[in-house]
Design a binder for this molecule. Structure first.
Ligand SMILES: *Cc1c(COP(=O)(O)O)cnc(C)c1O
Length: 383
């Protein structure tokens, strides 16, 4: 059945993009480990390769550009995002840079959030200025700062829907209106929430980006990036991803396809666990503050209730009253929660952010809550 006929996100997560293999009837999408595709004759070669080079769905020429397994993942994610098209890349940074390069040329200007994933920040501070593209960073919760930063040559407003690591929530409807009234494209990295909790295209974003490595893959076993939006814009992203050599491998695409089938179940548990842990952490005397949009005292709690009716996500951050020194003792006392960067895995991960003066970022997993609090209690006992 056509994915467009389903009404529930859960059904799309399980079924979209995955139709029985036309050659064999295999119910699950095969891993097409092939670099190239053979044609029976010259006329078919001409027709199919031309169609593939224009990014026509279902046409394959060479797997740097498109492949049946990676295309199945694109169809699944497009259905989840409510997008005309999705381009898959080798990792989230491949997606961020293919998207930004497709919209920004030398002489252009980009207004970007001051709170972004660290490598996105590096790209905006090093890569783009070195190539003649100016970038200004602003607090995207202050819309006057954004207005003031816009110049005649500004082309893009770039932000994270829920930001890494300080969990600032973007008022997407208002920001889309602001961006479009000034002729800018709104590009949103939605890695922290996933399309299960928020679909930025529904709120006016032009392109939505994911590090599929995180919640979509969900098991810490595959790198992946995704860019979704109108086909015209996504085709330009494909051109850049192709030139930059950023296509995903069929095997990693297959792992992400499989991971997405339980995305809604994982996030339901992760949202419950994260809200419970945020409240529990806030009640600990050694905790200075907790950042989580589901807490009533989060500065954007009202906006979060409006934008995130299904749950406030699995990411939270907290700061110990003892700062950096306390963080070291706390983290060293943990026995089950691993100290590891990355996020969105089925298992909880803790990232001690040295650069943020002792902010502890938790990517809350699907474990039982009692085991999670028991481990964190070992940390508090060591202070
Ligand atoms: C991890 C991450 C990225 C980069 O993704 P990779 O798959 O690691 O390249 C981009 N944006 C955000 C918000 C991330 O957390």
């Amino acid at each position: 059945m056509d994915a467009n006929a389903y009404v529930d996100f859960a059904t799309l997560a399980v079924k979209a993009g995955q139709t029985p293999d036309p050659a064999t009837g295999a119910l699950n999408t095969p891993i097409y480990e092939t670099t190239t595709f053979a044609y029976p004759d010259m006329a078919t070669y001409e027709q199919k390769s031309q169609a593939a080079l224009q990014w026509t769905p279902g046409y394959y020429f060479y797997s740097r550009s498109a492949n049946p397994t990676t295309a199945a993942l694109e169809q699944k994610v497009a259905a989840l995002e409510g997008a005309e098209a999705t381009a898959v890349t080798a990792c989230g940074m491949g997606a961020v840079n293919a998207a930004l390069m497709s919209l920004l040329d030398a002489g252009d200007h980009c207004v970007a959030s001051d709170d972004l994933f660290v490598v996105s920040t590096q790209s905006l501070q090093q890569l783009y200025p070195a190539k003649g593209i100016q970038v200004d960073r602003v607090d995207i919760t202050d819309h006057r700062q954004i207005e003031a930063a816009i110049r005649p040559n500004t082309k893009v407003l770039y932000l994270e829907a829920l930001s890494n690591p300080h969990l600032k929530l973007a008022d997407l409807d208002a920001l889309a209106q602001l961006a479009h009234s000034r002729g800018l494209k709104l590009v949103v990295d939605n890695t922290f929430l996933s399309p299960c909790l928020l679909r930025p295209l529904d709120h006016g974003a032009d392109l939505v980006i994911h590090s599929g490595t995180k919640y979509l893959a969900g098991h810490g076993d595959a790198l992946c990036g995704l860019v979704s939006g109108k086909k015209e814009l996504v085709d330009r992203v494909r051109d850049y991803s192709d030139m930059l050599g950023s296509h995903i491998s069929p095997f990693d695409a297959w792992l992400v396809l499989r991971g997405i089938r339980t995305l809604h179940l994982r996030l339901e548990r992760q949202c419950q666990n994260a809200l419970a842990l945020a409240r529990w952490l806030k009640a600990q005397p050694q905790v200075a503050y907790v950042l989580y949009p589901g807490l009533e005292d989060h500065p954007q709690h009202a906006l979060a209730q409006k934008l995130l009716p299904q749950g406030f996500g699995g990411m939270l951050a907290f700061h110990l009253t003892g700062g950096m020194e306390a963080m070291g003792r706390f983290v060293d006392a943990l026995r089950s929660i691993p100290i590891a960067t990355s996020l969105g895995d089925v298992g909880t991960l803790l990232d001690p952010l040295h650069r943020d003066d002792g902010l502890i970022r938790l990517s809350v997993g699907c474990e039982g809550l009692r085991d999670l609090t028991a481990d964190l209690e070992r940390g508090f006992a060591a202070l």
